[in-house]
Design a protein around this ligand. Structure first.
Ligand code: ZN
Length: 369
């Protein structure tokens, strides 16, 4: 609430300055604050001598007073955090070139975006933002929280201070009376397919030297908060939940991964709003979650050639209270006949497991400690 109020005040107070962007505006504010102090002294002197002033001098005094009040307002606003950053500035600071009107990067790293949209691509993987990219006076702006939680963590130069992964909690979705979705053409249930991929993945991770914890070993219903607690009690360094998708529209297909919605951002299927202020235990890992999401999603899309549905945000219960980075992967649609057929093949489920394993190794390589 405070953030949006401040933003509208900035725009209302300095007409014509919007195109400068909040970061630059803040620098301007600092200059104005100094002037406020000087102007205040003038106003004090004027008040002492007011009875000797002519009418025109009083008018000038009132005018000055209005300017001082306006400047004080601007000075106060200037101390608040900038909510938007010009994309050109992001590119310059990080030594990226504007490659086209809607992309910037280097030979190896390309970010692409869409005007008035949350669509944002990093190296061709869809990484939807919390807020839309906006255009004002010919310049593009990104929300500051999107820059911090989304863009900056993806820069190859960004250091990720987190311990190397040792213990991984694997969570096969659903179980027991909760079947999840069903592959109607093959009479297969999501709970069994998720368990199958988890077991294949566990073997691969074990071979690569990781310790694996399973939140369920049998066809048993485990409550969602309990799955998180199992991972936390085992002091897991990473949490991976495996699911399969379904949609009323049978044409829907592809793979998507979910990370916990970063604090102060809207979930992917929620209208964006500046008034959202959530905070879960898992939000301590917002930046790492995005990197983990990219590593797994890119590995899955490269190796399966499935449609990329992106790294999305959700406040899923299993992700909320994790004391480590975590992700929920929807490995494909059982409601799409073609994709479902692929998923029923053990060889394809091997590819799914191998892609997730490779994504985890890629993520682990980026960790500094
Ligand atoms: Zn599921």
């Amino acid at each position: 609430m405070r953030r949006s109020k401040h933003r509208s005040l900035i725009l209302a107070s300095i007409p014509g300055k919007e195109a400068m962007g909040c970061d630059l505006t803040c620098q301007t504010m600092e200059g104005l604050s100094t002037q406020v102090t000087k102007a205040s002294k003038i106003r004090t002197f004027s008040n002492e001598a007011v009875e000797y002033f002519s009418y025109s001098r009083i008018k000038r005094g009132i005018g000055l007073l209005i300017i001082v009040v306006a400047m004080m307002g601007i000075g106060l606003i200037g101390t608040s955090e900038a909510t938007e950053i010009p994309l050109a500035k992001v590119a310059k600071v990080n030594k990226l070139q504007m490659l086209s009107a809607n992309s910037f990067g280097t030979k190896d790293v390309v970010f692409a975006f869409k005007e008035n949209s949350r669509v944002f691509m990093f190296k061709k993987i869809l990484m939807p933002l919390g807020f839309p990219i906006i255009k004002r006076y010919g310049r593009y702006y990104i929300d500051n929280s999107d820059y911090k939680s989304h863009i900056k963590p993806l820069f190859p130069t960004t250091q990720h201070n987190y311990k190397k992964i040792r213990v991984i909690a694997l969570d096969a979705g659903h179980g027991g009376e909760d079947n999840g979705t069903t592959a109607k053409w093959y009479k297969l249930q999501e709970k069994s397919l998720a368990m199958d991929v988890c077991l294949r993945l566990a073997k691969l991770l074990d071979r690569n030297g990781y310790k694996v914890i399973l939140t369920r070993l049998h066809d048993k219903k485990i409550l969602l908060p309990e799955r998180t607690q199992i991972a936390n009690r085992a002091k897991a360094d990473l949490f991976i939940s495996i699911h399969f998708n379904s949609a009323p529209l049978s044409s829907a297909s592809g793979i998507e991964t979910f990370v916990l919605t970063p604090s102060q951002q809207a979930s992917s299927y929620e209208a964006f709003s500046k008034n959202i202020c959530r905070s879960f235990v898992g939000n301590a890992f917002d930046a790492l979650n995005i990197v983990l999401g990219y590593c797994l999603q890119s590995s899955l899309i490269q190796q399966t050639s499935a449609i990329d549905r992106g790294v999305k945000h959700s406040t899923f219960t299993v992700l909320r209270d994790l004391k480590c980075p975590g992700i929920l992967v929807e490995c494909g649609f059982l409601s799409n006949r073609e994709e479902c057929k692929k998923i029923t093949s053990p060889a394809y489920r091997d590819v799914l497991a191998q892609s997730i394993c490779d994504g985890i190794i890629k993520f682990n390589d980026l960790l500094s400690e």
